[in-house]
Write a protein that binds this ligand. Structure first.
Ligand SMILES: [Zn+2]
Length: 80
């Protein structure tokens, strides 16, 4: 297993939660400590397989200058 967004190795993918049903683990949630992506292992492969995701989804945590905005700047409205 590796991160679906940045391909970080498994050692960087922290187990966050185990979904259980009748005491049995049926899914797990992981958090990537390199790029902050979070995913559930039961999501469709189109969502969590690095090779199947669109290229725009891929992130290189070693090149943070490529991503000037994680969240678009807020459009502030002045009060009248
Ligand atoms: Zn990652």
């Amino acid at each position: 297993m590796s991160c679906p967004r940045c391909q970080a190795e498994e050692k960087h993918c922290r187990l966050e939660h185990e979904g259980r049903e009748a005491g049995e683990i049926i899914w797990k949630v992981f958090y990537c400590q390199r790029c902050a992506f979070t995913w559930r292992d039961s999501e469709p492969t189109e969502s969590i397989d690095y090779e199947k995701r669109d290229e725009w989804f891929q992130v290189d945590p070693d090149q943070p200058d490529q991503y000037p905005h994680n969240i678009p700047p807020a459009k502030l409205h002045k009060n009248k």
